[in-house]
Design a protein around this ligand. Structure first.
Ligand SMILES: C[S@@+](CC[C@H](N)C(=O)[O-])C[C@H]1O[C@@H](n2cnc3c(N)ncnc32)[C@H](O)[C@@H]1O
Length: 270
């Protein structure tokens, strides 16, 4: 198989990756046949995965605009993925030129593509790091250069925490990141859940198995479990809700029942 320029030499392009599968759900072109095959398998069980992904991106963009509107102009986006259109830096810098953005991902294609997209943008950068090791993220040169941690930051954990298993204690990782943030910082989060999926969990479980098979297990959490990530934060209205219900631009944004799968919320540190 020919290796395109955006695929770093280090990656095994015969193994599907979470970020490239997600890129395929969103109609992107940074994926291989193995990724599309895995995406097709997952969609056999959950045909609404592209809808869920779109609702997730739409929420993320609204939350970034909300943050800038609240005077927050620094963003730490962990599990940022392969940028499709409407990325955090595009949305934030359109509203607030000079807004600072640090992307973090552990997927080499996501990092390489971010580097290419961000070339020439002095106010945004990318770190190759793992959410499970918050200290490495916080002490990275990119974070030191671009983010002033004495001022509020919007921490984005969008569609990533469900890829961290309980055994790796995602709650501790979020608490460690939160402890580094100044008062008035925001946590912007979405998370997959069996709650809200228009299918019985045993059927939706087929899609979850696809991620287990590619060694990136997907941990569905209940609304109550997801709410625990916001310990130390006051919830911004309307709280932890299905993605289209979080401050829709015009009435309910998406009535497709698939878009109501999972939860989104924004919290503010006191
Ligand atoms: C579904 S995508 C979400 C991308 C983007 N945040 C969004 O919502 O559009 C999940 C991303 O999280 C990344 N990811 C998964 N586990 C991670 C970890 N432990 N550390 C860093 N990134 C991770 C994957 O590589 C992938 O790019």
């Amino acid at each position: 198989m020919e290796r395109p320029a955006w695929a770093p030499r280090s990656i095994d392009i015969s193994v599907p990756s979470v970020s490239r599968i997600y890129d395929h759900y969103l109609g992107g072109s940074h994926n291989f046949e193995v990724d599309r095959e895995a995406a097709r398998k997952a969609m056999e069980f959950m045909p609404g995965l592209p809808k869920i992904s779109q609702a997730n991106r739409a929420f993320m963009r609204r939350a970034v605009r909300y943050a800038v509107g609240e005077g927050v102009d620094q963003f730490l986006d962990i599990g940022s993925g392969i940028p499709t259109f409407g990325n955090v830096h595009e949305v934030a810098q359109a509203m607030s030129p000079g807004a600072r953005v640090v992307y973090v991902d552990h997927d080499p294609v996501a990092v390489a593509h971010s580097e290419a997209v961000l070339a020439g943008n002095d106010d945004a950068d990318v770190v190759a790091a793992d959410l499970r090791k918050p200290r490495e993220i916080l002490s990275s040169p990119q974070v030191s250069r671009l983010l002033d941690l004495d001022r509020p930051v919007a921490l984005l954990l969008v569609a990533v925490l469900h890829f961290v298993e309980d055994a790796d204690d995602p709650f501790a990782a979020v608490a460690e990141l939160t402890a580094a943030l100044a008062p008035g910082s925001l946590l912007v989060l979405t998370h997959a859940s069996y709650e809200g999926i228009p299918l019985p969990p045993e059927r939706a479980g087929g899609a979850v198995d696809v991620y287990k098979d590619i060694r990136n297990p997907l941990t569905m959490r209940s609304r109550d479990e997801i709410a625990r990530f916001f310990e130390g934060y006051d919830m911004v209205e309307p709280g932890l809700v299905p993605m289209p219900h979080w401050r829709p631009d015009t009435g309910p944004e998406d009535e497709d029942p698939w878009a109501l799968s999972g939860f989104a919320g924004v919290g503010r540190t006191a």
